[in-house]
Design a protein around this ligand. Structure first.
Ligand code: ATP
Ligand code: MG
Length: 402
């Protein structure tokens, strides 16, 4: 029996004249993944991307891997596995009886609905559903029909070339296709919040580069590897990510030696922002993304965020700003970054942390502190330490490219 994967569009169905651009991005993204997994034909019609194995029946593990990948493509509201039948009732009932009993063996109740995109099909949707429901009851006599709250929803779709029978659709990744909403620069620490922030903006369609700041010898090789591992995990959704690394060691030492301790973190964050801005302009990235959440720590109070933001003349997106830590953790578990994020390696932000950080900083005082150091030269020097690595999904060799 031939099985396929149906991926149903999300917000794209609402697009107007530019819908086809979104569709070709989706198709490209599914094809990129499919090419790594096996031989699949990927086409679209009627607000659905169809993934079919080219060689008919393929190993279940290969099909399952393709299904998992389809669920990570931004732009789909739902994904389902379906059995294919010819477009006649005999074949539809035959396939339903063969495919469904095994597929839904844990269920006690079901409902069957049908959708006829091909209006030339001789039976109407309620008739198709009733006949298929009867065939299911005959093949799986333990089942009962429940129209209100069935354990499983069986659906027959009569489309242009074939009919498809599936036992319920799972949620897709949602959002919009990668690259459809511009390009941004994610400030990626080794923590929990920033990978979540990157995922959330990528989900809205942003293509993302990442920038990580390190501070050797105060931060370690392990801390850097952890960040690359997080970037790799994000590529499960984004496909690829260029990770840039800049050293803040000298800047931090200068701040420690010359500036008011209470302002260390804020001054450092302004340096980070300035360096990010420079990189964003060089790489033509139109926004900076951080994992900040309002009030989470001293540098994330509203006055502190204002002081940091005043450096940037491009938008700073903070998708976690209104989320509690618990909510951020739930997303990080969902996208599988949590276990890596909690590995206990130091971050440059925790080097020389002030004992009494300012929660209500005044910009004038911050600017006076900055006059005590040679800001321009320090930025130039830090920027020249930058190196970049392209991290790609399905490619584990990025470690060798340092
Ligand atoms: P995370 O927010 O990733 O969990 P955190 O909460 O410990 O880590 P904060 O000190 O709260 O990090 O920093 C707030 C934001 O600043 C981070 O979400 C991240 O976007 C950015 N940031 C912090 N440290 C770094 C770093 N070493 N490199 C790049 N960006 C950083
Ligand atoms: Mg944080």
């Amino acid at each position: 029996m031939k099985k396929v994967i149906l991926c149903k569009y999300g917000e794209i169905v609402l697009k107007g004249n530019n819908k086809s651009q979104f569709e070709s991005m989706l198709l490209k993204e599914v094809r990129r993944r499919a090419a790594q997994i096996g031989s699949f034909k990927v086409t679209y019609s009627q607000s659905t991307v169809l993934i079919e194995p080219l060689d008919g029946e393929i190993p279940e593990s290969v099909f399952a891997e393709m299904y998992t990948q389809a669920k990570k493509v931004f732009g789909f509201a739902g994904v389902c596995e379906a059995a294919c039948a010819e477009k006649n009732m005999d074949d539809i009932l035959r396939v339903a009886a063969e495919y469904l009993p095994e597929k839904i063996k844990g269920a006690k109740t079901f409902r069957c609905t049908a959708k006829r995109s091909d209006k030339k099909f001789p039976l109407k949707s309620p008739e198709i559903a009733a006949l298929t429901g009867g065939a299911i009851l005959a093949a799986a006599p333990w089942l009962k029909v429940s129209l209100d709250s069935p354990d499983v929803e069986i659906r027959v779709e009569i489309r242009d070339k074939e009919a498809y029978i599936h036992a319920g659709q799972e949620k897709g990744a949602g959002g919009n296709p990668i690259g459809s909403a511009g390009r941004g620069l994610l400030l990626l620490s080794g923590g929990i919040d920033s990978p979540v922030a990157g995922y959330m903006m990528a989900k809205r369609g942003m293509f993302i580069d990442a920038l990580h700041f390190e501070s050797f010898p105060y931060t370690s090789e392990r801390a850097r590897e952890k960040v690359f591992e997080l970037a790799k995990l994000l590529t499960e959704y984004t496909g690829r990510m260029r990770v840039h690394v800049i050293s803040l060691t000298h800047i931090q030492e200068e701040l420690r030696d010359k500036c008011d301790e209470d302002y260390f973190t804020l001054l450092l964050r302004r340096f980070m922002m300035e360096l990010a801005l420079r990189l964003a302009k060089e790489r033509e990235l139109s926004a900076i993304i951080t994992g900040e959440s309002l009030g989470q720590v001293a540098s994330q109070t509203l006055p502190a965020l204002c002081v940091t933001d005043s450096v940037s003349d491009i938008p700073v997106f903070r998708p976690c700003i209104g989320m509690d830590k618990e909510e951020i953790i739930a997303v990080s578990r969902k996208i599988d970054t949590y276990d890596t994020s909690i590995l206990p390696y130091e971050d440059c932000c925790t080097v020389f942390t002030p004992r009494h950080p300012r929660t209500k900083p005044v910009l004038e005082k911050v600017l006076r502190e900055e006059e005590k150091i040679d800001r321009a030269t320090l930025i130039e020097e830090a920027y020249s330490s930058k190196y970049s690595v392209l991290v790609k999904q399905f490619d584990n060799n990025f470690e060798n490219r340092f």
